[in-house]
Design a protein around this ligand. Structure first.
Ligand SMILES: [Fe+2]
Length: 303
């Protein structure tokens, strides 16, 4: 195990193309800097619900256990939490079939993600490891961009386990299990997408601050809000789209300009977190994203 500290985070990875990261190569999770983990935001619908806060904090504490033991603890989700999942999954179902990328739809099935119950990270990480060697590591909130993205270079995605507040099942200001499992996780079963994500991770470890900003934008317009061409039309693969009925509907409306993906344009395109996205980018394929990102990361340090 190596120690993950500021030094490691900015140290060049040994090999860009090490697509099979062994457990022994992973940094020690216990050394993950977690002073930057964001607390529940004040505008969160559950911010004033004591019972919700206590429950969220309990589930979040399981990720601290994980960092000590390396073992993911399954969450015994309550009926209320399960019904939030069922509501959102049911609401998204039809729109997914129409708008989600074919790969995503198939991956969701093969990971066993159903509308009926909240999937456990332990089950999904096992399947991911078998298919593309990706892993999930529980985390209790948002961490800073460099730390979050850097973990991707070890083919690891940090993932929350708690669920949004029941009063607004269609909305969350922070990542939750709906966003992770309904949005992000299925895509890591795609080899090209997994390698592309890993390249972003490599980039985050060697980027200067300006380059890191570019990487953040690349991540935003792909992993979060990306569209990909499939069967001659744009389809959604970004988690921010796939986990939100409103965002997904908006993405295909006349309010949104859907442009062809050009890396140089994407990394220069500023965005805001809060508004609906007015511009989205359509990539020709995941392989294209992987190769463009490889080229981009290899240019780091050369200028
Ligand atoms: Fe996300």
């Amino acid at each position: 195990m190596v120690t993950l500290d500021r030094h490691i985070l900015t140290t060049e990875p040994a090999a860009m193309a090490n697509f099979e990261v062994a457990d022994e190569e992973l940094p020690d999770f216990v050394d993950m800097p977690f002073e930057d983990i964001e607390e529940l935001p004040l505008d969160h619908p559950g911010a004033r619900d004591e019972e919700y806060r206590t429950r969220r904090d309990h589930i979040a504490s399981l990720s601290k256990n994980f960092r000590q033991t390396g073992v993911i603890t399954d969450v015994d989700y309550t009926d209320e939490e399960q019904s939030v999942w069922r509501y959102v999954a049911g609401e998204l179902q039809e729109l997914h079939e129409k708008r989600a990328s074919p790969f995503y739809l198939q991956a969701k099935k093969s990971l066993g993600i159903s509308n009926d119950r909240i999937p456990q990270l332990s089950e999904m990480t096992k399947r991911l490891k078998e298919t593309t060697g990706f892993r999930l590591a529980p985390i209790e909130g948002l961490v800073d961009t460099r730390a979050f993205l850097s973990w991707l270079s070890w083919r690891t995605m940090l993932s929350t386990q708690y669920i949004r507040h029941h009063s607004r099942p269609g909305y969350t200001p922070e990542p939750d299990i709906v966003h992770e499992a309904m949005g992000h996780i299925p895509m890591f079963t795609n080899k090209d997408f997994a390698d592309f994500s890993q390249f972003i991770g490599h980039g985050a470890r060697i980027a200067n601050d300006e380059q890191l900003e570019g990487l953040g934008r690349l991540y935003w317009f792909t992993v979060e809000f990306g569209l990909v061409e499939a069967d001659g039309e744009p389809k959604a693969f970004g988690a921010g789209l796939l986990s939100s009925f409103k965002e997904l509907e908006n993405a295909f409306s006349d309010d949104v300009e859907r442009r062809s993906f050009v890396l140089e344009e994407v990394i220069a395109h500023d965005y805001t977190y809060s508004d609906m996205q007015p511009v989205l980018y359509v990539a020709p394929s995941y392989k294209f994203l992987k190769e463009e990102t490889r080229r981009y990361i290899e240019s780091f340090g050369k200028n």
